[in-house]
Write a protein that binds this ligand. Sequence first.
Ligand code: ADP
Ligand code: MN
Length: 158
Amino acid sequence: MLIGITGTPGTGKTSVTKLLEKERFYQVIHLNELIKEEKLYSEVDSERDCVVADMDRVYDRVLELHDRSYPVTIVDSHLSHHIADIVIVLRTDPAILRGRLEKRNYSEEKVKENLEAEALDIILAESVEWCEKVFELDTSGESADNTEKAIMRIIRGL
Ligand code: ADP
Ligand code: MN
């Protein structure tokens, strides 16, 4: 079973999937790292300080890495809803998200762009459009441990 953990940057995908990775049950693919390491992009957008992923190559690579000896494989990325049919969309109140993003060395423009995307439910809307099953999980005011437990409950219920 392939499950995407998606959401606007800063909503907690990598923190929480690093916790899940410690459980034997889950294989975790940190997609953004993989895209950079293996240069699975077609373009570098230096103005917006990001890369444009080559989704065909990314998808093929995920299928190659997908280890079926694990009951569940999790893809950690704001792109994972383009890959998995079942996704959990992490959400964060924009006021709280601002604090998390400001701790990164993001430009004010990039912070605003992400806050706006979160406020407008962009990733949720894309997920609903592309995926079979979509779950939403609010991480505002929650610990990463509690979010991890909530994700495990969702997966157990599938
Ligand atoms: P993403 O991978 O979605 O960009 P990160 O996991 O890199 O997000 O960063 C999220 C930040 O928010 C981290 O500093 C993390 O400690 C913090 N955080 C606060 N609450 C939570 C939560 N409930 N789940 C996950 N991360 C959380
Ligand atoms: Mn991340």
